[in-house]
Design a protein around this ligand. Structure first.
Ligand SMILES: *[C@@H]1O[C@H](CO)[C@@H](O)[C@H](O)[C@H]1NC(C)=O
Ligand SMILES: *[C@@H]1O[C@H](CO)[C@@H](O)[C@H](O)[C@H]1NC(C)=O
Ligand SMILES: *[C@@H]1O[C@H](CO)[C@@H](O)[C@H](O)[C@H]1NC(C)=O
Length: 346
């Protein structure tokens, strides 16, 4: 056990040093904390009793050929944003041994495949957003204080960090579409109200800079490209998100929000796939048990479940980080450099 401990700590430090060197510059943002579903999971589900895992080849084929639990062939959206912020990848919370958690000061990933905003959204064991926030609370209350010598430094760390929260697809596919016992508008209001109240909990722990996204065009997937009946039912959550975010920003003093409008941005790719480098945006690259496409950059979808290729994810990450067509009212680069006034001076 001791040797395992020592080995783990050494490899973790080596990993941190490796990325610090690769990225060179010091980041403006001390850490990236990640909440979400399979779109952002970096291996939390490997540690849970569930069939919703992505820890077998060819997942990770473009991630040094390591199936880490990421639901794609390469890097996730969170990974790309970390690189752009000159930060190491935020490691999955459940992948870091408890005794090593205090060493992780550049962000943690709590995202978990097959879960959602609502507690009763799940397939097998997974981390609901509430559970993810519970773990984040433990990071803030138990782990980080071991690293920061005083409360001000800890508070500074938390308020300057970026909180990436992209979740909600499973609340439709595994929850709403199983019963449809309310109108789409009504469900969107309920879902976003829940999301807002959970974000408020993260804010109460000291977080100020948020990047928030919900479901993309779920009607568009390799199994039914593109079912507009389904898209129409999901759209209200995308339409209402900006309003909810604006309200939240007003309510939570000193906060700053960016929302990710992937629902509308996807139309650009749908309308001109070739412009974005895709030859086929309907077929998945990886057809389980059948075939793996030769040219992974040319496919939008990675698997039959609608998880996207690294090539597609890279486009979203680049646009949200430095562009103007996906993330509003500013991109992540601008959010990273913004100096928020701290309204909670003691
Ligand atoms: C969801 O579950 C958590 C425990 O993980 C609990 O604290 C919370 O009250 C639940 N929320 C709802 C709306 O039931
Ligand atoms: C679209 O999805 C709905 C709901 O699942 C289904 O009833 C309908 O047949 C689908 N339409 C097409 C064209 O596949
Ligand atoms: C993509 O491939 C599918 C299946 O072979 C085909 O039906 C579809 O027309 C192709 N789409 C494009 C845009 O080439």
């Amino acid at each position: 056990m001791t040797s395992f401990k020592a080995f783990w700590v050494i490899s973790f430090i080596a990993y941190q040093a490796f990325y610090a060197k690769v990225n060179g510059a010091k980041s403006h943002v001390p850490a990236l904390y990640v909440f979400g579903d399979s779109g952002l999971d970096a291996g939390n589900n490997n540690n849970l009793k569930t069939l919703a895992k992505a820890n077998v080849a060819p997942y990770g084929i473009d991630f040094n050929n390591i199936p880490t639990g990421r639901y794609t062939n390469g890097k996730t959206f969170a990974d790309f944003i970390a690189i752009k912020l000159s930060l190491p990848f935020s490691p999955p919370y459940l992948g870091v041994p408890e005794f090593g958690r205090y060493l992780v000061t550049t962000g943690v990933n709590y995202a978990s495949g097959a879960c959602g905003i609502l507690n009763d959204t799940k397939f097998g064991e997974c981390l609901s957003l509430d559970k993810q926030i519970e773990y984040f609370t433990s990071t803030v209350m138990k782990d980080l204080p071991k690293h920061f010598e005083n409360k001000d430094k800890l508070k500074h760390h938390i308020s300057k960090s970026i909180y990436l929260i992209v979740i909600g697809s499973n609340d439709y596919s595994l929850n709403y579409f199983q019963h449809e016992n309310m109108e789409p508008e009504e469900f969107a209001d309920y879902l976003l109200e829940q999301l807002a109240s959970k974000i408020k909990t993260i804010y109460d722990l000291g977080a100020r800079k948020f990047v928030v996204g919900t479901a993309n065009q779920l009607g568009c997937s390799p199994s039914q490209f593109c079912n507009e009946t389904i898209n129409r039912k999901v759209k209200p959550s995308s339409d209402k998100l900006p309003v909810v975010i604006q309200k939240l920003q007003k309510q939570l003093s000193g906060s700053s929000f960016v929302y990710v409008d992937s629902f509308n941005f996807f139309n650009r790719i749908r309308n001109a796939p070739k412009k974005y480098g895709f030859t086929n945006i309907t077929k998945p690259c990886y057809q389980e048990g059948v075939s793996l496409c030769a040219n992974r950059e040319k496919y939008y979808f990675w698997d039959k479940h609608g998880h996207t290729t690294e090539a597609a994810i890279k486009i979203y990450a680049k646009e949200c980080f430095s562009g103007s067509k996906l993330c509003f009212p500013m991109n992540i680069n601008k959010l990273a450099h913004s100096n928020l006034r701290d309204s909670h001076k003691e």
